[in-house]
Design a protein around this ligand. Structure first.
Ligand SMILES: [Zn+2]
Length: 390
C-alpha cells in the first residue's frame, strides 16, 4: 500500500510517501525538505540538492509523465531543518532560481504550511520578528511567496486558513486518508497567545512532568505548531509526528476518537517525534502509541536521538513485542553535539550511535525482539514498504 522513504536530511526531516491511487495513478506525498546543509560521517551535504532532488528525478524518469506530480507537500513547521528543502523546491518552481534546472520538471500544486503570519493573524508580530527566530519566520514568508508564485494552493483544504485538528482535518487521496492530529485549534490559540513571550525566553521546564528525567518538556512554539498526521490506507497506518510533542499527538488521537483511554493505538510506522528528543517523547505517549517500525531522523546534533528515548522504546521489547528501530544515519558521533556532557547509559559514556545500539542490546528482550536498521552508506534514503493489509 505505502512506500515510505526517510531521506537523509542530516539532523532534519524529509519523508516521501508513495502509493497507488484509485484508478492506478501514482500518488506522492512529501513531508518536509530537511535543512539547507547537513553534516554526516559520509561527508557534509545539502539535503535538497544532493538527496531529495536526485530521488525525485529518479521517480520522474521511472514514470512516463513529463512532470512528477507531488500530490501533497507538507511543511510541518518553520524550523530550518524542515522548511529549507521545501522553500528551495518552491523557489525553483516559482522561477526564482533553481539549484538544478531539473527541478522544474516537478509540480507541487498543494502545500500545507502554517506560516507564522497565518498563526499570528491579528497579532502585532513586530516584537517577535526582531527575535532570534526571525530567520525562520522570514523563511516561512519566503516559502509562502514562492508557493503562491508557483501557482500552488496553500492550505486550500482548510479553506485558506490553518491546517489544524478541529478545523476540516481529513483529506482523502483515495484510497488513502490523511488526518491532522495536531496542532489542535485549542493548542494554536495558546501558541498565538504565548508565541511572542516564549520566543524571547528559554523554554520553561514543565513541572507537571512525571519525573525529573522527563521534566524539560518541549515548549518551543515552532515545534508545538508542527503538523502531525495519521496517514491510513489498505489497513495500514503511518504516524508522521514532525517535531510535535507525543503527548499532544496522543491528545489529537483521543480528540478524534481514534484512540480511547487505556487502549493502545498501534501503527505500522511512526516517525519518532522531534528526532527522538526526550523533551518530546514522554513515557505516556509511548505507552499509549506503539509501532512496528520507529524511524529516527537524526545525526547526533543536539544529542538527538536522546538515549532516554532510545531506551524508552527499546525497553518495550521486554514484553516480547517485536519491532524495528530504524535510523537515517548508519552511525554518528554524539561527541560533536553542542549539548555538553556525553549521553550516558548505565553510567557509561556513549560516543556514537553504534555504541548506543550495543548498550540497548543489553536490555531484556532487545537482542531477540528488536531489529535495528540503518540507511546504507551512500544511499539517499532508508525505505520501508507496506503491502495492503486488508
Ligand atoms: Zn526538527
Amino acid at each position: 500500500m505505502f512506500t515510505v522513504e526517510a531521506i537523509d536530511a542530516g539532523h532534519g526531516d524529509c519523508f516521501l510517501i508513495r502509493f497507488i491511487g484509485n484508478g492506478g495513478a501514482n500518488r506522492t506525498i512529501l513531508i518536509d525538505g530537511g535543512p539547507d546543509k547537513a553534516e554526516a560521517r559520509e561527508g557534509n551535504h545539502m539535503p535538497y540538492r544532493d538527496r531529495l532532488l536526485p530521488r525525485l528525478m529518479q521517480l520522474r524518469a521511472a514514470s512516463s509523465a513529463p512532470k512528477l506530480k507531488l500530490d501533497l507537500v507538507v511543511c510541518t513547521h518553520i524550523d530550518a531543518d524542515h522548511i529549507d528543502g521545501i522553500r528551495l523546491l518552491y523557489q525553483c518552481l516559482s522561477g526564482n532560481g533553481c539549484i538544478s534546472a531539473d527541478g522544474a520538471s516537478i509540480e507541487a500544486p498543494r502545500l500545507w504550511f502554517n506560516s507564522f503570519a497565518r498563526i499570528m493573524d491579528g497579532v502585532d508580530i513586530a516584537a517577535a520578528v526582531r527575535d532570534a527566530k526571525a530567520a525562520s519566520v522570514a523563511d516561512g514568508e519566503n516559502l509562502t511567496t514562492f508557493a503562491l508564485q508557483a501557482g500552488a494552493s496553500i492550505n486550500d483544504f482548510a479553506e485558506g486558513s490553518l491546517v489544524a485538528q478541529g478545523h476540516k482535518d481529513t483529506l482523502r487521496l483515495k484510497p488513502a486518508t490523511i488526518r491532522v492530529l495536531s496542532p489542535g485549534v485549542k493548542q494554536l490559540t495558546r501558541l498565538k497567545e504565548h508565541w511572542v513571550d516564549t520566543m524571547r525566553d528559554e523554554p520553561q521546564a514543565d513541572t507537571s512532568a512525571v519525573s525529573r528525567r522527563w521534566a524539560a518538556a518541549d515548549n518551543s512554539v515552532a515545534n508545538l505548531s508542527s503538523i502531525a498526521m495519521l496517514i491510513e490506507g489498505g489497513g495500514r497506518k503511518l504516524l508522521m509526528c514532525g517535531d510535535q510533542r507525543g503527548d499532544f499527538i496522543l491528545e489529537g488521537l483521543r480528540d478524534l476518537a481514534l484512540s480511547k483511554d487505556k487502549e493502545i493505538f498501534h501503527v505500522d510506522l511512526m516517525t519518532v517525534p522531534h528526532h527522538g528528543s526526550d523533551a518530546n517523547n514522554l513515557p505516556k505517549f509511548h505507552q499509549a502509541v506503539t509501532a512496528d517500525t520507529y524511524i529516527f531522523s537524526a545525526n547526533g546534533k543536539h544529542q538527538n536521538p536522546d538515549i532516554a528515548t532510545l531506551q524508552l522504546i527499546a525497553s518495550q521489547a521486554a514484553t516480547g513485542r517485536k519491532f524495528t528501530m530504524a535510523f537515517t544515519q548508519p552511525d554518528f558521533d554524539y561527541t560533536k553535539s553542542n549539548k555538553g556532557d556525553l549521553p550516558k547509559f548505565a553510567g557509561t559514556d556513549i560516543r556514537t550511535l553504534q555504541e548506543a545500539i550495543a548498550a540497548l542490546k543489553t536490555l531484556p528482550g532487545v537482542a531477540d525482539n528488536v531489529t535495528f536498521r540503518f540507511r546504507d552508506e551512500g544511499a539517499n534514503a532508508i525505505e520501508f514498504a507496506f503491502a495492503p493489509n486488508s
